[in-house]
Write a new protein. Structure first.
Length: 428
């Protein structure tokens, strides 16, 4: 599942990053496994990312032009975007969020404006990738007044102002006070409208990131040993990912009954004969993400493990088959859930069964709009990218998840990574 600049949830029990850290704090159970995980022999692994083409000014100008066309179509005069993946997407600026506002205003015509603290301007300019006016504010000034001033200068103060969906309340409230009477609306028709439809360059970067993750899996899988903890396996996966040229984003490893918790458990886990090992891993290349899950059994698999694995494989295939151009995104989830219900799981999100959505959008963010979830009416269109991960979870026993991402082409869905067809060959 989940790179860009985001703020982790303060209570991170269910986040993969937090679980990885928690697993690393557990006492070592296998000295040999720990040594191999800490200093693995990466001989033979070479970077797969040296030829990756970064996003440049031409690509970003095209994004702004498409956004401006959608602004005109939706009657929006400007869009406010705070630090985060959308700021990176449109301007190239890679900047953290803090109590000090750094933001971009995309006008319906002309170049954008960047608002940032005076003392941060030199740093912000280091990643600014498009022509833009930069307006700075001092520590005793209100940045919202700069935003309002830009809108007045461009004669856009009387037109609806779109707010990107992750912009924090203080920025919106400040703008409302600095520009009384402003009509504030959602920028989703603009920002989502552009970001959901990936270009060939974006898809190429996501393909490279996926190639890195699959190669890292292929290297890691045969090195999993009895006695290893999740942190040992994650360390191997991360080391291989770095050697292959990717930036590790997450490496969630769940063993045995813990695999029935989709995003993990704090219970101690150790590789043993007959135990399910579920791995959910991804990396970034030039900021674009991969997200691949694989499930295998260490040693001999039971009949029940094989049956559930095959059911998940079939569920993943049904989602892919349902993902056709023009189909509502929710119908993909419905197809999987109907199949699982016939098998006796659920109903709906009940356990044992599929307790989460079938998939999510992916790109610069590990999770992007829209989701493959019941009730989502957005129709699939060329350039959209999704995960396909309809796992099955049996509390107290184990869980199985197979996850591969796909993108929509003019001919229908196309895999970034090809799903495995056998529990005995979980990497294909």
């Amino acid at each position: 599942m989940p790179h860009q600049i985001r703020t982790p949830a303060p209570t991170a029990l269910l986040t993969r990053r937090a679980l990885i850290g928690a697993a690393a704090a557990l006492p070592a159970l296998s000295a040999t496994a720990v040594v191999r995980a800490a200093a693995p022999d990466l001989t033979g692994l070479r970077s797969l990312t040296t030829g990756a083409t970064p996003i440049g000014p031409v690509e970003r100008r095209g994004r702004i032009e498409r956004a401006q066309a959608l602004m005109r179509a939706n009657g929006i005069g400007a869009v406010l975007i705070e630090s985060g993946s959308s700021l990176v997407y449109f301007t190239g600026i890679t900047w953290h969020r803090s109590e000090r506002l750094t933001a971009a205003i995309l006008p319906v015509e002309g170049e954008p404006s960047i608002v940032t603290p005076f003392f941060e301007e030199p740093s912000v300019r280091q990643t600014l990738g498009v022509p833009a006016e930069v307006r700075v504010w001092q520590e005793d000034e209100d940045p919202a007044k700069l935003v309002a001033g830009f809108l007045r200068d461009r004669k856009l103060a009387g037109r609806p102002i779109g707010i990107e969906e992750t912009v924090r309340y203080f920025a919106v409230d400040g703008l409302a006070h600095a520009l009384p009477g402003a009509k504030i609306v959602s920028a989703n028709p603009v920002v989502r409208g552009v970001r959901m439809r990936k270009t060939a360059l974006e898809i190429a970067l996501m393909q490279t990131a996926t190639d890195v993750t699959i190669a890292a899996y292929r290297w890691t899988w045969p090195r999993v040993e009895k006695g290893m903890k999740p942190a040992d396996i994650a360390a191997l996966m991360n080391a291989a990912t770095v050697q292959l040229g990717g930036d590790p984003e997450f490496s969630l490893v769940l063993i045995g009954p813990a695999a029935a918790f989709p995003h993990g458990s704090r219970d101690p886990q150790i590789v043993a004969d007959g135990q399910i090992v579920l791995m959910d891993c991804g990396c970034t290349v030039q900021g674009y993400q991969s997200d691949v899950s694989r499930t295998f059994v260490y040693g001999a698999a039971s009949k029940e493990q094989r049956t559930v694995w095959e059911q998940v494989r079939a569920g993943q295939a049904k989602a892919f088959e349902a993902a056709q151009l023009g189909t509502p995104a929710g119908a993909v989830d419905d197809a999987v859930r109907a199949y699982y219900t016939l098998l006796g799981y659920g109903p709906r999100y009940a356990l044992p069964g599929l307790s989460h959505r079938t998939g999510h959008g992916i790109g610069l963010d590990g999770h992007e709009p829209v989701n493959l979830v019941h009730g989502e009416t957005t129709r699939l269109a060329e350039g959209m990218c999704f995960s396909d991960e309809p796992g099955l979870y049996l509390p107290g026993k184990f869980g199985v998840r197979l996850e591969d991402c796909f993108h929509m082409t003019a001919a229908g869905p196309k895999w970034f990574s090809v799903p495995p067809t056998s529990l005995d060959a979980p990497l294909g």
